[in-house]
Design a protein around this ligand. Structure first.
Ligand code: ADP
Length: 722
């Protein structure tokens, strides 16, 4: 044995395992290998190699090298970094990096062609087959040929056996084409040009650098970053670009724009891509053939051969935080990924996160601002509607001033968008007779009524049941009432107010797949919808030319419950929603319904003074040492056994290491105290930035033995406090 290979396995193990490298195997970091683990052989990736001299413990031997592309060294380093960051087993990020390999590629294509030989017995059926094939503009597989000719498959098979037809098998094409870099880009305006030049000047090929592209909605950030991508791709024929998009399954329009710019659709990577296609994309990324990839957060784990640029579009978006399984924030990981790969990062947003603004203020990120919309478009006028003064009637949600504005908009042939970040018909159903609130059986959350499906649904776990005719608690008939509005209910109200208008709902329930989403966006863009009632799914990135009025139905919604980012998130969401209005020549306006119009968030929205809002919020965070000035982590402990859970959290609390400039709060009952039958408790850790928070968490967890019936989850930089 000459060398020892430390091999990472895509399993929940604490670290890489050592194996002996057989003589002559010549392994390198990133190679995929089969190694014995217990009685099985499992796939692993070589993380490091070292000399075996002086090592005298017997080791198992690497079985073989797997004939799949190796992971680039920067990906292996990223997997290890991500694991340490999240205080998790490296097996989780490794499994993500290998996810594209879980399925074989699509089935190969079989094509039939004539060899030129004449059939010995030219029957009518055989002649028909040959004629059909000659007339077909495309090659046909044997079954397709038989079908097209209207004969049995035996006829085609006979011709093949006789040598009149031959069949060739070719791999299924992946339909990934190189970007056409000779196409001209948009003619940038002066502000955009300055931003592009700053991006071009910031990084030479191979340089790590981060820029915050901070531009108001409609300022043309997309145009700027597409031109930066074009430059990067032109500078180096091997360079690859990753564009991260939030909720990419809902934002196909962004892909259309990239396609229009580069004459080729980017490779797509997200959960709706079928596994065989994912395999093709994974391989094309590894080989360097896929030069532009547009993906969801998990695309960060793809094996880019030469990643040169990562764009994080709408960088403030909450969906970049992965909350289950391997917990991470894609924006933070994008920066780490770029550092390890020597790539540039562009974070784009009209409402950047406080974290990114802080880095920009400190000069760690280059700060590029676009303060005006492109062309003749102006930012919308924003006004507040005080619901205490203009309360809608009982069971209604739209105030008189908003309805009047909708009527004017409709009369002008323009479009309105009513924004309410709540799916379904009503967020709560209760019994008028006994007061019982309908809850999920195993989870602390109210069931949301959905009228389209006639069901009550738990949005947390997906549990659902038909809306009962009688109260399940007291048995009273017809006593259940729907409380509060969801988008479906606002749609009902809009229809009753404007019976002739074309009204549609845009939410993740009504947009089940990419095709229906696309159709709705096309309808909205083409002006075939007058009033669109939408959740945040439509507040993002869309560009509807004829939309001139945005009504925010319940601006206070996100402020209730008040966690660390409640104000920041509400500001971002409502500024983005308002920013959908007036993106062309016609002036736009946004009307915000609130019971708390004096709240700082509402005032900042009305004054369109983001900087003032940011300054106030930053000062509050600084005073309390909260992110971005300090760091947070949560430990969530859950179990089906409440007694065991109680005992364990006390053991855990007692085991917390001593540390300076760090506080541990808890244990406390989680606000969501019961999920899927498991009781939940939380600890919250706050630390100064100088503290090695991950080191603290790892040491803490190492001091306790977690019983099998307990689940302990660490969430570094939590965004949910439930
Ligand atoms: P953002 O990403 O900042 O919200 P977009 O890139 O979507 O802004 O731009 C808003 C609209 O203005 C889009 O329709 C876009 O095509 C158009 N636009 C922006 N910049 C230009 C430009 N330089 N030339 C032509 N059209 C532009």
């Amino acid at each position: 044995m000459a060398r020892i290979a430390a091999v990472l396995l895509p399993l929940p193990l604490p670290e890489a395992f050592d194996y002996a490298e057989p003589d002559g195997m010549g392994l390198a970091v990133g190679d995929q290998v089969a190694v014995p683990l217990g009685p099985r052989l499992v796939r692993g990736v070589v993380a490091s190699l070292r000399d075996a001299a002086g090592h005298n413990r017997p080791l198992k031997t690497v079985n073989s090298r797997i004939d799949d592309p190796p992971l680039p060294e920067s990906v292996v380093a990223f997997v290890c970094w991500a694991a340490r960051y999240a205080v998790e087993s490296p097996g989780y990020p490794l499994a993500m990096a290998l996810r594209g390999l879980r399925s074989p590629p699509p089935r190969p294509i079989r094509r039939t062609f004539p060899t030129g030989a004449a059939p010995a017995r030219p029957t009518a059926a055989r002649t028909k087959v040959l004629e059909t094939l000659a007339a077909s503009p495309e090659p046909l597989s044997p079954p397709d040929l038989a079908r097209a000719a209207g004969v049995s498959s035996g006829v085609v098979k006979g011709l093949v056996d006789e040598g009149v037809l031959a069949v060739e098998t070719i791999p299924a094409p992946d339909n990934l084409f190189p970007p056409d870099l000779t196409r001209p880009g948009a003619r940038l305006n002066i502000g955009q040009l300055a931003a592009l030049e700053a991006l071009n000047a910031q990084a030479n090929p191979g340089d790590f650098a981060v820029s915050l592209l901070d531009g108001v909605t409609g300022s043309g950030k997309t145009e700027v970053y597409m031109e930066r991508a074009a430059q990067v791709l032109a500078d180096d024929p091997d360079a690859q670009v990753l564009v991260l998009l939030p909720e990419i399954a809902l934002t196909q329009a962004a892909l259309d724009r990239i396609e229009a710019r580069f004459g080729a659709r980017p490779a797509e990577w997200h959960s709706a891509v079928p596994p065989p296609k994912r395999r093709q994309v994974w391989e094309a990324v590894a080989s360097g053939r896929a030069r532009i990839v547009a993906g969801a957060r998990s695309a960060l784990f793809l094996p880019f051969k030469k990643l040169a640029l990562i764009i994080v579009d709408e960088e403030h978006d909450g969906s970049y935080k992965q909350e289950e399984g391997f917990i991470y924030h894609a924006r933070d990981l994008a920066v780490a990924r770029a550092k390890l790969a020597g790539a540039q990062v562009v974070l784009a947003s009209a409402t950047p996160s406080l974290e990114s603004l802080w880095n920009a203020q400190n000069g760690r990120y280059q700060w590029l601002r676009l303060n005006a919309r492109h062309g003749a478009a102006r930012l919308p006028d924003v006004s507040l509607i005080d619901l205490r003064e203009h309360a809608p009637e009982r069971g209604r949600w739209l105030s008189r001033p908003l309805v009047e504005a909708m009527a004017q908009t409709y009369a002008r042939g323009e479009q309105s968008l009513l924004f309410l970040n709540r799916r379904g018909y009503a967020p709560l159903v209760l019994c008028r007779a006994c007061g019982e609130r309908m809850k999920a059986p195993d989870t602390d959350s109210w069931l949301v009524e959905h009228r389209y499906t006639g069901r009550l649904v738990c949005h947390l776990t997906g549990f659902s049941m038909p809306r009962p005719a009688a109260c399940p608690h007291c048995g009273a008939k017809d006593s259940l009432v729907s409380v509060g509005p969801g988008v479906e209910r606002v749609e009902e109200e809009a229809r009753s107010l404007f019976p002739d208008a074309r009204v549609a709902v845009f939410s993740s329930d009504t947009m089940m797949d990419a095709a229906s989403t696309r159709r709705l966006i096309e309808d909205m863009t083409a002006g075939h919808i007058d009033i669109l009632v939408a959740t945040q799914a439509a507040a993002k990135g869309h560009d509807f030319p004829n939309l001139t009025l945005v009504g925010v139905v319940d601006a206070d919604l996100g402020l209730r419950g008040g966690d660390l980012r409640a104000a920041e998130r509400t500001f971002q969401l409502l500024a983005q929603a308002s920013g959908r209005a007036g993106r062309r020549e016609a002036a736009g306006r946004a009307m915000i319904q609130s019971y708390a119009p004096d709240h700082g968030v509402m005032q900042a929205l009305a004054a369109q003074d983001r900087d003032a809002f940011v300054a106030t919020e930053m000062a509050m965070r600084e005073m309390s040492g909260l992110p971005p000035f300090g760091r947070l982590a949560a430990m969530i402990v859950s179990s089906e056994n409440p007694v065991l859970l109680e005992e364990f959290v006390h053991t855990l609390a007692a085991a917390a290491p001593n540390a300076e400039n760090l506080e541990v709060f808890g244990p406390a009952d989680a606000p969501l105290g019961l999920v899927r039958g498991r009781r939940r408790k939380r600890f919250l850790v706050r630390a100064d930035r100088s503290v090695d928070l991950q080191g603290f968490l790892a040491a803490w967890r190492a001091r306790v033995k977690v019983p099998g019936a307990i689940r302990l989850t660490i969430d570094v930089d939590p965004h949910s406090f439930l």
